[in-house]
Design a binder for this molecule. Structure first.
Ligand code: RIB
Ligand code: CA
Length: 334
């Protein structure tokens, strides 16, 4: 089987960590590097989390580079309410591991990886696209070394956190536009799809019953990730990593949890789990209320040619096969 050469760009929060659990166990992928970006939490935390998770998964062979601390033109937006202040609510690593962190910044690391690779590389972008847009703007000469960009984000009739935009686009819509019109094959895993890519409480229990360090880690952060609307009386403690009350944790264990980033990674591992179609896509960057809205021209209103249809939109996923792929990947760590 030929491996697909991949770089992962992430804003490691909880679902990014789960995506790393999936990706780093797969023989189908040759992960030549990981870059981090500000998103769910600040770039110091996303970088620390990424280094710790890769070490925890036994992948000290993978080099990591710290990326942009804020969007191209806007102030930062965070999602620490969903992922916790650290970005990995539900888990604390005993100590931080940094031997896998290179001194280069993400953009120069990405540029070196692409120039040194003797074959085209797919970029798996599961955070805001700031690093990738900066790379394309500053080093257009590497475009032909990028096989495709697979992105978690876009939506066409729902949104998260606003009712019309998805977080990874809303944080940096200018970056999204640069990537969408770079002329590189661009695949997006929209919120409409990831909302169906859920893990059930019964499947989380299967993780817990594996009783291995990685399975316990995955189950613990999944149970935390379900805690999206914490009421003030459910948080114990003040600043820093809030503790969640037992009763809230119990309630969270009854919720379906959406695996946005792992579903996006699954496409690179096994595209047969998905259906897709090509559309013209652009993004609102000036709207007072609609900034971050991705226009996906499903009605063909703009009558674009095939060549102008710049987005391959993933439209459905076989959830059962996706979850068994995820559970199988967790088992591979022993
Ligand atoms: O909307 C969900 C996406 O935004 C995921 O990638 C999550 O990690 C956040 O980055
Ligand atoms: Ca992410």
């Amino acid at each position: 089987m030929s491996k697909e050469r991949v770089i992962i760009d992430c804003d490691t929060g909880i679902d990014d960590a789960l995506a790393l659990v999936l990706a780093l166990s797969r023989p189908e992928l040759d992960i030549i590097g990981i870059t981090t970006v500000a998103g769910n939490v600040d770039v110091e935390n996303t970088t620390r989390n990424t280094c710790n998770v890769c070490h925890f998964l036994g992948r000290d062979d993978i080099r990591i580079a710290k990326g942009e601390s804020k969007p191209l033109e806007r102030e930062s937006l965070k999602a620490s309410g969903v992922h916790g202040v650290s970005g990995l609510r539900g888990w604390t690593f005993e100590k931080n591991y940094t031997d896998n962190l290179v001194s280069q910044d993400a953009v120069s690391f990405l540029c070196s990886l692409l120039k040194e690779s003797d074959e085209a590389v797919s970029i798996l972008a599961i955070g805001p696209l700031t690093n990738i847009a900066k790379l394309l703007r500053e080093h257009p000469e590497v475009k032909d070394k990028i096989r495709k960009i697979v992105f978690m984000g876009t939506s066409y009739h729902c949104g998260n956190p606003t009712s019309l935009s998805t977080f990874n686009v809303l944080v940096d819509p200018e970056a999204f536009r640069i990537v969408a019109f770079a002329g590189i094959p661009f695949v997006s895993c929209p919120l409409e799809l990831t909302k169906t890519a859920v893990i059930t409480p019964e499947e989380v229990k299967m993780l817990e019953q594996m009783n291995t360090p990685v399975a316990t880690f995955a189950a613990s952060i999944i149970n935390s990730y379900g805690i999206t609307k914490i009421k003030s009386d459910e948080v114990i403690g003040g600043e820093g990593e809030e503790e969640i009350s037992e009763n809230r944790l119990k309630a969270a264990k009854e919720e379906l949890v959406t695996l946005h980033d792992p579903a996006t990674v699954a496409y690179v591992i096994d595209p047969s789990l998905f259906t897709s179609a090509k559309y013209y896509c652009d993004v609102e960057t000036k709207g007072e209320l609609t900034t971050g809205f991705t226009l996906i021209d499903k009605n063909d209103y703009y009558k674009k040619s095939d060549a102008e249809r710049n987005l391959t939109l993933l439209e459905s996923i076989d959830r059962e096969k996706f979850i068994s792929l995820f559970l199988d990947s967790v088992r591979r760590y022993g």
